[in-house]
Design a protein around this ligand. Structure first.
Ligand SMILES: Nc1ncnc2c1ncn2[C@@H]1O[C@H](COP(=O)(O)OP(=O)(O)OP(=O)(O)O)[C@@H](O)[C@H]1O
Ligand SMILES: [Mg+2]
Length: 595
């Protein structure tokens, strides 16, 4: 079997929240708005719980009045009493179950939606560092795990604590000495139960973490299915995923064993209790100081007490497990985006048609890797500026900085003299139509992929964009034209078709600045030429930045900026750069030798 990375232990700070704080947050933001329904449900649970007391209470007259004394009249009222108790219990149980599920689902849904909405505000950087499977597991798995809090924990607490109190009351009313004997051994439980609870918490954390790893593995395997097939790594993938799946089973087993341990401990204590009461009470009955009815009633109360007690023990385990999920959720909610609109945003430059984009001594690193190293250039308004340079030079990074997908380390970027960090993010991003290096489509219709939520688009405008981007050319070959599904991540289309949809999207967006990153790289030469013409036309009167490896496509650019290792090494027109004979001339010559 291949080597497999075991789950990394959680970072310390990730779980630095105190359980009280987390519960307060859950109450304030989620549970409290359903407090009326929950209150009513708790009342019904209390009714259900107290009925157990009623049952054990009725045992005494059943034995002493009906069975021993042979009192016929008592049959009727004891019988009606027992029937009434069971009916009340059934109705109350049905009512609170429905209410709890209703409130529980509402709370879970709200938590999930809030989580997703919050995640969308986080920096792109976070999504690059955290695999999608892990994120999905937080939105789905952890919120589901948390719902045990109200569906199981709250329910059991309200019902079982009331049962416990009612049954204890019956027990004490019969004989408080017997009751003391019965509960004498309970304090022994405190230490082992505390230990088991901590164990449930830590193993649940581990199992939630491994669950996230499994989702990550599945997500990557299904997305990369062709790569797995082509590299013949099916066995390796299966082994890696099986290891995670087994790790989950193991962690889950450990957590459930600890939970079962808590319940078993309570049963052990029951053994002591029954032994004590039977010895002491039995002697009293033989001596004639107590009736059989009293003993049976007490015994029933005790037998019934251990049921809710056992459940409460189990609940404390479930609570610990839910806590592990809550901590994971809270740690995401606590994460704040760093790329934000300023408190008081500057207005967009009034005359965008004359707004140059200027980068001045921009530095940028991904972690320790320096990507841009004092980059400066000007993209003149209304003109086309091309960025060329070897792969990894930092060209796409420049686009990410302009749109504030990432923020600069130091240096300044301005549009029409206004720093981009002084603009509101929506204003800044409204400046750009972007065709990025990987044309990303969503699993919806081609029409929706082109519109991307843009409203009030006329058919004429849509058709013009489709025509200019040559989407029209292949619409006839799709199953339902514009209404054809693009497939997950656009997988129903070829690479070149996806690129054309992305170009149509950019054309329709009609923003003042055009950012094209290898926008036509996936097209055949003929389509590229035609789409290029459409893009040339679109760039008329717009500030355009183009990144291209195929230098033929940028020959006509007003200015070419040559980048290498995160710096500008040369700039000028195509002819000037060729004459100077630097990196650009080398790249250009290589391409024309090759073709
Ligand atoms: N999300 C990221 N995390 C870490 N490093 C990154 C990330 N994105 C890019 N890099 C690094 O930044 C450097 C510049 O990447 P960039 O995408 O800007 O290159 P590029 O000039 O667009 O290259 P290409 O022509 O191949 O598209 C590369 O060395 C790359 O390894
Ligand atoms: Mg790139």
């Amino acid at each position: 079997m291949s080597k497999v990375s075991m789950p990394v232990p959680p970072r310390q700070d990730e779980f630095a929240h105190d359980p009280k704080g987390i519960m307060k947050w859950l109450w304030r933001d989620y549970i409290s708005r359903y407090r009326l329904v929950l209150g009513l449900a708790i009342l019904l649970m209390a009714i259900e719980g107290s009925m157990l007391g009623g049952i054990s209470y009725l045992i005494k007259p059943m034995f002493d009045d009906v069975l021993s004394a042979g009192n016929r009249d008592a049959i009727a009222w004891v019988g009606v009493g027992v029937a009434a108790v069971f009916t009340a219990r059934a109705l109350a149980a049905f009512g609170h179950r429905v209410m709890m599920v209703w409130a529980g689902q509402r709370i879970s849904a709200r938590l999930q939606s809030d989580m997703f909405t919050h995640m969308l505000t986080l920096d792109s950087n976070y999504f690059q560092k955290t695999p999608p499977g892990n994120l999905i597991e937080r939105v789905r798995g952890d919120t589901a795990a948390v719902s045990t809090i109200w569906e199981v924990v709250l329910a059991a607490f309200a019902r079982d604590i009331v049962s416990l109190i009612a049954l204890l009351a019956v027990a004490v009313s019969i004989d408080w000495v017997w009751t003391l004997i019965a509960i004498a051994a309970t304090p022994i439980l405190v230490i082992p139960v505390g230990f088991l609870q901590r164990r449930v918490r830590s193993t649940s954390r581990l199992s939630r973490m491994v669950a996230a790893n499994i989702s990550t593995r599945l997500d990557e395997a299904f997305h990369g299915i062709n790569t797995i097939k082509l590299t013949g790594t099916e066995a390796r993938e299966s082994a890696r995923t099986s290891t995670e799946i087994n790790a989950y089973a193991k962690a889950h087993l450990r957590s459930n064993t600890a939970q079962a341990g808590i319940v078993a401990l309570i049963d052990l204590i029951a053994a002591f209790a029954f032994f004590g009461v039977l010895t002491y009470g039995g002697l009293q009955i033989i001596a004639g100081t107590k009736t059989v009815g009293e003993f049976m009633s007490f015994f029933t109360a005790m037998a019934l007490i251990f049921d809710p007690l056992r459940r409460l023990g189990g609940v404390s385990g479930a609570l610990q497990a839910a806590m592990a999920s809550l901590e994971r959720l809270r740690s995401v909610f606590d994460m704040a985006p760093t790329i934000l609109s300023p408190a008081r945003p500057a207005p967009l430059p009034a005359n965008l048609i004359e707004a140059d984009i200027v980068l001045d001594n921009v530095q940028f690193s991904y972690g320790d890797e320096k990507v841009l190293n004092g980059l400066s250039f000007r993209a003149t308004a209304g003109e086309t500026t091309a960025l060329v340079g070897p792969s990894g030079a930092g060209k796409s990074t420049v686009f990410n900085l302009l749109t504030r997908i990432v923020d600069t380390g130091s240096g300044e970027i301005s549009v029409g003299g206004v720093l981009i960090s002084d603009l509101a993010l929506p204003d800044l991003r409204s400046l750009y139509s972007v065709v990025s290096q990987e044309a990303l489509l969503f699993d919806e219709s081609l029409r929706d992929n082109v519109l991307m939520g843009k409203e009030g688009v006329t058919d004429t405008a849509l058709n013009h964009a489709l025509k200019a981007a040559h989407v029209e050319d292949f619409l006839g070959r799709t199953v339902a034209g514009l209404d054809s599904p693009a497939g997950p991540r656009g997988s129903n289309l070829s690479g070149g078709q996806r690129q054309r949809v992305a170009i149509a999207r950019a054309i329709l967006r009609d923003a003042p600045v055009l950012l094209l990153d290898e926008a036509t790289s996936a097209l055949d030469t003929k389509s590229e030429r035609i789409v290029q013409e459409a893009l040339d036309e679109l760039s008329q009167g717009r500030t355009t930045l183009v990144i291209a490896h195929r230098l033929a496509t940028i020959r006509k650019a007003d200015k070419i900026v040559v980048m290498d290792h995160g710096k500008v090494v040369d700039e000028g027109s195509h002819d000037e750069l060729l004459d100077r004979g630097g990196l650009y001339a080398d790249l250009y010559r290589l391409q024309f030798q090759d073709t």
